[in-house]
Design a protein around this ligand. Structure first.
Ligand SMILES: NC(=O)c1ccc[n+]([C@@H]2O[C@H](COP(=O)([O-])OP(=O)(O)OC[C@H]3O[C@@H](n4cnc5c(N)ncnc54)[C@H](O)[C@@H]3O)[C@@H](O)[C@H]2O)c1
Length: 376
């Protein structure tokens, strides 16, 4: 039986591996098996292999050795952002399909190399933007595809927390992650915006980046941080103009003095209707894995302003895969395996993720130089 299962190798056995991917692999164990676990901290790979591996799983601390030996067909790159490019490129060159966690890379140069290598090698590459599989998002995407909104010419991408700075791991380390909330959670909201608008032609970007809360850790959901070591921004805002004139405002913060956090949510304004993701969305503590959310539509009909308010979508649904509540991670895995088995484009293409990376980088560049960044 096990010969017919898709073999998977994992590089980086940290928190996202444990929270998102390992439970999804376990649930899909009739289809996949984990044959190799790599982490520079050997105990993490060992612990993961014991819990989720097969009897023959192999542990590595060097991904190059792993790539030289493993017969895995897919590599999951689940390391901090600064290692995404080198591990993804090496894996593609070793003829493996790759799912790399978001953001695609810390810089657009690295993202471009990943994209080009996928094209050259003919292997598939996708990025872990699991929010696309939320049911509220899927409903909104269906409405957009059916032209329910008309031409969407203004959008807002929301990724703002009131005070929930992640104090574990390497999130506050600019060298390892490339940035703070913009690259961490802004990336999800921007991905959802571009995907639902189906508009991937940015031409101009302006950005502002703030380091205002360095010493202000009072009340942080995840406990105090060390003001001496935090070197990423606490807020970033972008104003993005697209080739067809459409405009996007992106707000990203881990700590902003606001009443209501809005994360993994978007507002779309079209010529026929508007739509907003307004539910719990990714603001819930288990954001990477749950699927709750709500979407509202607003328009005018019969001389009246009308709100369809809200369509609440939560809990198990058509994509429920069994005994546990429906998780976006399950849907992401199912769609990814389908793309590989049936030689289709993945739901998240590397071309799309590259554009997200370009825009985020331009926001940082604009803030640093005080200038508008042209992307054409
Ligand atoms: N999809 C999401 O919503 C989501 C949520 C959180 C994190 N992430 C992404 O997941 C990635 C990992 O984040 P995390 O929170 O799991 O971090 P983490 O620090 O908990 O885990 C990363 C692991 O990678 C290992 N590692 C580092 N360099 C390595 C290398 N060269 N070879 C092998 N192992 C290496 C580390 O030892 C660590 O165990 C980041 O890119 C982050 O942006 C995505």
């Amino acid at each position: 039986m096990s010969q017919s299962k898709t073999k998977i190798a994992v590089v980086g056995c940290g928190r996202i591996a444990a929270a998102k991917h390992f439970p999804a692999f376990k649930k899909a164990s009739a289809k996949v098996e984990l044959v190799a676990f790599c982490d520079i901290v050997a105990e993490r790979a060992e612990e993961a292999a014991q819990k989720y591996g097969t009897d023959n799983s192999v542990i590595y601390t060097d991904y190059n050795k792993m790539l030289a030996e493993t017969d895995a067909e897919i590599v999951y790159v689940l390391t901090p952002n600064n290692a995404h490019c080198e591990i993804t490129v090496a894996s593609l060159q070793a003829q493996k399909h790759v799912l790399c966690e978001k953001p695609m890379a810390a810089t657009s140069e690295e993202a471009k190399l990943m994209l080009d290598t996928a094209k050259e090698t003919g292997m598939k590459l996708t990025i872990g933007y699991q929010n696309r599989f939320r049911k509220d998002v899927q409903t909104l995407k269906t409405a957009c595809t059916a032209d329910e909104l008309g031409e969407v010419y203004f959008a807002k991408a929301h990724a703002v927390r009131r005070k929930a700075v992640p104090t574990w791991g390497v999130f506050l380390d600019k060298e390892k992650q490339g940035g703070g909330p913009l690259i961490d959670i802004g990336t999800h909201a921007l991905d959802l915006t571009l995907w639902t608008m189906d508009n991937y032609k940015p031409v101009q970007v302006n950005g502002s980046v703030f380091h205002k809360m360095k010493d202000n850790y009072e009340g942080n959901l995840f406990g105090p941080w060390d003001p001496e070591t935090i070197d990423v921004e606490d807020s970033a805002f972008g104003f993005i103009k697209m080739e067809n004139g459409a405009t996007i405002f992106l707000e990203a913060s881990w700590a902003l003095n606001i009443q209501k956090p809005r994360e993994g949510q978007i507002t779309l304004c079209g010529t026929k209707s508007g739509a907003e993701l307004v539910g719990e969305g990714a603001a819930a503590p288990t954001s990477a894995v749950n699927g709750t959310g709500a979407v509202t539509f607003n328009t005018a009909k019969l001389g009246q302003l009308v709100d369809i308010d809200p369509i609440v979508i939560s809990g198990p649904g058509p994509m429920d895969m069994g005994d546990e509540p429906w998780r976006v991670a399950d849907a992401e895995l199912a769609a990814w395996l389908d793309a590989i088995e049936n030689d289709k484009d993945p739901v998240v293409t590397p071309e799309q993720a590259y554009i997200v990376t370009q825009i985020l980088e331009a926001i940082y560049q604009s803030a640093e130089t005080g200038k508008t960044i042209d992307l054409v």
